[in-house]
Design a binder for this molecule. Structure first.
Ligand code: FES
Length: 391
C-alpha cells in the first residue's frame, strides 16, 4: 500500500518521504532444534491492529518508569481512553497497525543466521521478541526462554541509546517477572543495554542519509540540512540525569563523522505529549525556524529507532515531510530506519559477538542509577541484575 497523506495524495515535494508498508519482509518460522543461546530482543512494541491501541496506551500510561503522572492508577487509564480514537486514526493512516513486530522478527532471523555462522560454539542461536506494551510481552517471552532450556540468555536492548523510560523500563519488567519466583539458575544471563556509538550503526544511518541526499540536485546537495530527530522526553527526566540525550548526541556525532561532516545538521526532538516541559527544540518548530532562515531542503533522520513505526511513518512522513513540507513550500525527505540494511544486521551481529567474547556480563554504567533517581524499582532491579549476571 502506498502511504498517502491525510488529503489522500502525495505532493511532489514530499514524494521522497513515501514508504511502502507492504515491503516489510515476512520472517521465516524459526526451525531451531534445542537452542543453546537465546537472544532476547527488547523493545516497546506497537499495536498490530487498531483494536490493540487502547490496551497498548493503557500499559504505557500506567507504567511509572515510562511516564509519571499524579494519581497514575486513575489518571493513566483516563488518558489512555481519551487518546485511543486519535491514536487509532493515526494507525489507520499508516495501514492499520505498527510494522515493528514484523521488522523485529525479520531482524532477529537475519541476526541468528549470521551468529550461527560467526559463532558456532554458541550455536544454535534463537531470537525471542520481548515487548513492553503489546504481545509478545516480556513476561510471556521469558517463560518461553525458560521452557526452551537455553544455556545462555542475552537480554539485548533494541534501543541503541539508553533511557530509563524505555530500556530501563524493559529491564525493570524482567526484574518484576522474577521478583516473586526464582530465575532459572541453569541459564547464564547477561545484558546488552546500549550501543549508541557502534561504528556499523553509524555507517548504516550515514548510508540511509546518502540515499536521500542523492534525491537532491547536485547544486543544492551540500546545503541540504540534516535534521536528526529522536523521541523527546520530559525535562524532569533529563534533570534527573537520564543518559539518553547525551547518547543520542553521541550517535549523531558518529554518523556525521562517517559523512565527513559534509552537510549542516542539527539534533531535534519529536513526539512530545502533555503540557509539561520536554526536551527541545521540537522537530516541527526547528523546520519552521530554519525555513525562516532561508533553508529549503531537509532530510529527517530517525536516529533512535531501528525500525519503522508510527513516529517515522506518521509523524515524520505524513505530519512533517508531507503536510508541513507542503505548507512551507520546502522539500523534506526522510531517511529510512535501519530495518534490514545489511550493514545494520552486521552491526547487530557484531554487538552480540563482542558481548559473547566479553568478560563483562553487565556494564558498570547499567548498574549505576541516575544521580537523582528516587524510583525504588530501579534500585532493586539493578541489585538483582548485578547478582544474576555473573561472569
Ligand atoms: Fe534512572 Fe531510576 S530513573 S535509574
Amino acid at each position: 500500500m502506498v502511504l498517502l497523506g491525510r488529503q489522500g495524495f502525495v505532493s511532489p515535494l514530499a514524494q521522497c518521504a513515501v514508504r511502502l508498508l507492504s515491503s516489510v519482509p515476512q520472517p521465516k518460522t524459526q526451525a531451531v532444534g534445542k537452542p543453546k543461546t537465546g537472544i532476547v530482543m527488547m523493545n516497546m512494541g506497537g499495536p498490530e491492529s487498531s483494536e490493540q491501541v487502547h490496551e497498548y496506551l493503557l500499559r504505557i500510561m500506567t507504567d511509572s518508569d515510562m511516564i509519571q503522572l499524579p494519581v497514575q492508577s486513575k489518571l493513566g487509564p483516563f488518558i489512555a481512553k481519551r487518546r485511543t480514537p486519535e491514536v487509532q486514526k493515526k494507525y489507520n493512516e499508516i495501514g492499520g497497525g505498527s510494522p515493528i513486530l514484523k521488522w523485529t522478527r525479520y531482524q532477529g532471523q537475519l541476526l541468528c543466521e549470521k551468529l550461527d555462522l560467526l559463532s558456532p560454539a554458541t550455536a544454535p542461536h534463537k531470537y525471542y521478541v520481548a515487548f513492553r506494551y503489546v504481545d509478545p510481552l516480556t513476561e510471556h517471552t521469558l517463560a518461553e526462554v525458560e521452557k526452551d532450556g537455553v544455556e545462555r540468555a542475552i537480554l539485548f536492548s533494541q534501543y541503541p541509546q539508553y533511557s530509563c523510560a524505555t530500556t530501563g523500563s524493559s529491564f525493570n519488567a524482567v526484574y518484576s517477572y522474577y521478583k516473586n519466583r526464582n530465575a532459572p539458575s541453569n541459564i547464564k544471563w547477561s545484558i546488552i543495554d546500549r550501543w549508541a556509538t557502534h561504528p556499523l550503526l553509524a555507517r548504516t544511518i550515514a548510508d540511509r542519509i546518502n540515499t536521500e541526499l542523492n534525491k537532491f540536485s547536485e547544486d543544492v546537495r551540500k546545503d541540504v540540512l540534516i535534521l536528526f530527530s529522536a523521541h523527546s522526553l520530559p525535562l524532569k527526566a533529563v534533570n534527573r540525569g537520564d543518559a539518553y540525550p547525551s547518547e543520542v548526541g553521541a550517535t549523531v556525532q558518529a554518523v556525521m563523522g562517517e559523512l565527513g561532516n559534509s552537510n549542516p545538521y542539527s539534533l531535534v526532538w519529536q513526539s512530545k505529549v502533555g503540557p509539561l516541559p520536554w526536551l527541545g527544540p521540537f522537530t516541527d518548530d526547528a523546520i519552521k525556524g530554519y525555513v525562516k532562515q532561508g533553508k529549503k531542503n531537509f532530510i529527517l533522520v530517525p536516529v533512535a529507532f531501528v525500525n519503522e513505526h508510527i513516529e517515522t511513518l506518521h509523524e515524520m512522513d505524513i505530519e512533517y515531510a508531507h503536510d508541513l513540507g507542503k505548507e512551507l513550500g520546502v522539500k523534506i525527505c526522510r531517511a529510512a530506519a535501519p530495518n534490514d540494511h545489511p550493514l545494520f544486521i552486521n552491526a547487530l551481529a557484531d554487538v552480540v559477538i563482542k558481548h559473547l567474547a566479553s568478560s563483562q556480563p553487565v556494564s558498570a554504567k547499567f548498574l549505576t542509577r541516575c544521580p537523582h533517581c528516587t524510583n525504588t524499582r530501579c534500585d532493586k532491579s539493578k541489585a538483582w541484575f548485578a547478582q544474576i549476571c555473573r561472569s
